[in-house]
Design a protein around this ligand. Sequence first.
Ligand code: FES
Length: 148
Amino acid sequence: MSDYKTIIGSCKDKPGGIIEAYHALQREYNYIPEDAIGVAAQTFGLSPAQAYGVATFYSYFKVGPRGRYIIRICESAPCHVAGAAEVVAALESELGIKMGETTADGKFTLEFAECVGQCQSTPVITINSTPHLGVSAQGIPGILQGCK
Ligand code: FES
């Protein structure tokens, strides 16, 4: 909790402070811990509901636990046509979770993404922002094994 206080407190006097604080939390944890929202509310003089509302209004903020490896699958048209759906099916069956979920061991989260600008080599997934190009369903187990 004291870590949240330090991170949030460092943004107290910045313009748009609560947004800056949420960015800083998400950089640190990969998501915004629910407990941190209460600390942000106190720090910025908002009700918990208001602070929660800010966190959930912006789609780039993720509230609640997420995995150490965030795997995003591009679902824009070129990747879709190139077989993104089979890659999604392979990821879901290898990890035993659905899109939007996190594995019970907290290691992997699956999310969709818009085009990540690598359309020359579709389908594309990113793992913690590192792109993997021309991915196939058969290649998924090997890629996951690379995530230690
Ligand atoms: S459409 Fe998938 S990277 Fe561009």
